[in-house]
Ligand binder design. Structure first.
Ligand SMILES: Nc1ncnc2c1ncn2[C@@H]1O[C@H](COP(=O)(O)OP(=O)(O)O)[C@@H](O)[C@H]1O
Ligand SMILES: [Mg+2]
Length: 367
């Protein structure tokens, strides 16, 4: 069992840089947990505290129910893979992978067996004699992962391990690390600033901002039920559209009013939005929940608005339309069948059942 628990963990650098702010988190045994957030939000600091490379200002960290606050990094039974592969340039691949085991005085046969096994898993058996400079970026990254695997640690820590790779290699290594997790069945904590990596790899995702946890959830919950505007805006590409407006009551119905257009709030959201009547809120609509009216003939007129096409971006599988509607710029992700022209006025339908509403002051999700 190797669960990792962070209890009220904070890190303050110097006298006032609060890099990590009272983080509480339980990473389950064998879980693949992703920490995601913009640069500087405290991801690396959190990981480094788990590894023991950084002292903890306040709080406690447990690995397998043992408090490791005072335990030396090398005795924590973890392995960390960094963005910079940190391979020894003068050693070949075999020696790079064997180095940590040699330091720990493992018998020669055991070292040989473990390196061969790891090389097999990672598909780098034919590279064992090469020096790092004779390897591509992707191959170097595999060696760095191999160096971690041979240690057979209880917990793997990854700090943006794919950031130095080109886009195609990143996608490939992403699936390889996911497969590796399935195969090794160990606890992994993976740090990235890339929300696509987070969504595709994580069993659960922790969204961090300014050292504070914003939400912890599985990928689809994070996407469909974001707790606040930050999470809604951070997860998803192209990002969710935020539209400012006022909630208004017309007879028995509740509308969202953007000065130049209004749309009806679905019945199931009315209760939560009633307290906001005549107040400003922000509506969130994801690009894929906006349709051309031509392709949604049955859609209600109360969720249809007029927009002007500004830019058309064909993506192959679909098209991104950059629109203006009222005072707002919107992105719609529409079908590849769509045929529109720049400057054209079109009727668009917002799937209101999938819209989100946020409190303007607190930025928390209302519904
Ligand atoms: N050794 C350090 N001394 C002072 N400030 C630091 C140090 N390391 C990190 N920080 C600060 O702590 C915050 C979090 O940094 P970091 O954990 O590296 O963020 P991330 O990995 O999410 O980009 C940043 O504001 C950063 O400048
Ligand atoms: Mg970092």
């Amino acid at each position: 069992m190797a669960k990792v628990v962070l209890e009220n963990v904070s890190k303050i650098f110097g006298s006032d840089i609060k890099a990590v702010d009272n983080v509480n988190l339980e990473i389950k045994d064998r879980e693949f947990l992703v920490l995601v957030g913009p640069s500087g939000c405290g991801k690396s600091t959190t990981l480094r505290m788990v590894a023991g490379l950084e002292t903890i200002t306040t709080g406690k960290i447990y690995i397998s129910d043992l408090c490791v606050n005072d335990i030396h990094p090398k005795d924590r039974d973890i392995a960390m893979v960094f963005q910079s592969y940190a391979l020894y340039p003068h050693m070949n691949v075999f020696d790079n992978m064997a180095f940590g085991l040699k330091l720990r005085n493992y018998p020669k046969e055991e070292i040989n067996r473990r390196v061969q096994d790891a090389a097999e898993i990672l598909g780098i058996k034919q590279l064992l004699e090469r020096k790092p400079r004779q390897l591509s970026g992707g191959q170097r990254q595999r060696v760095a992962v191999g160096r971690a695997i041979v240690r057979k640690p209880k917990v793997f820590l990854f700090d943006e391990p794919l950031s130095n790779l080109d886009a195609k290699m990143r996608v490939q290594m992403r699936t390889e690390i996911s497969k590796l997790h399935n195969r090794l069945k160990v606890t992994m904590i993976y740090v990235t600033h890339d929300q696509v990596e987070a969504m595709t790899m994580g069993d659960r995702i922790v969204v961090l901002k300014g050292g504070i946890i914003q939400q912890v959830a599985d990928p689809m919950t994070l996407y469909e039920k974001p707790k606040n505007m930050f999470v809604a805006g951070f997860i998803g590409s192209p990002p969710i559209n935020f539209i400012n407006g006022m909630i208004s009551k017309i007879e028995d119905d509740i509308f969202f009013n953007e000065k130049t257009f209004k749309v009806k709030v679905p019945d199931e959201m009315v209760e939560k939005l009633k307290p906001y009547v005549n107040k400003e809120v922000t509506m969130g609509v994801r690009p894929e929940n906006i349709y051309d009216k031509l392709f949604a003939p049955g859609a209600s007129s109360t969720s249809t608005i007029t927009a002007t096409v500004e830019v058309i971006e064909p993506m192959g599988s679909g098209i991104y339309l950059y629109l203006t509607a009222g005072e707002h710029n919107l992105v719609a992700s529409v079908s590849a069948q769509e045929r529109v022209n720049v400057n054209e006025e079109i009727e668009i339908v917002i799937d209101m059942t999938r819209s989100h509403f946020f409190d303007k002051e607190t930025e928390l999700t209302i519904v």
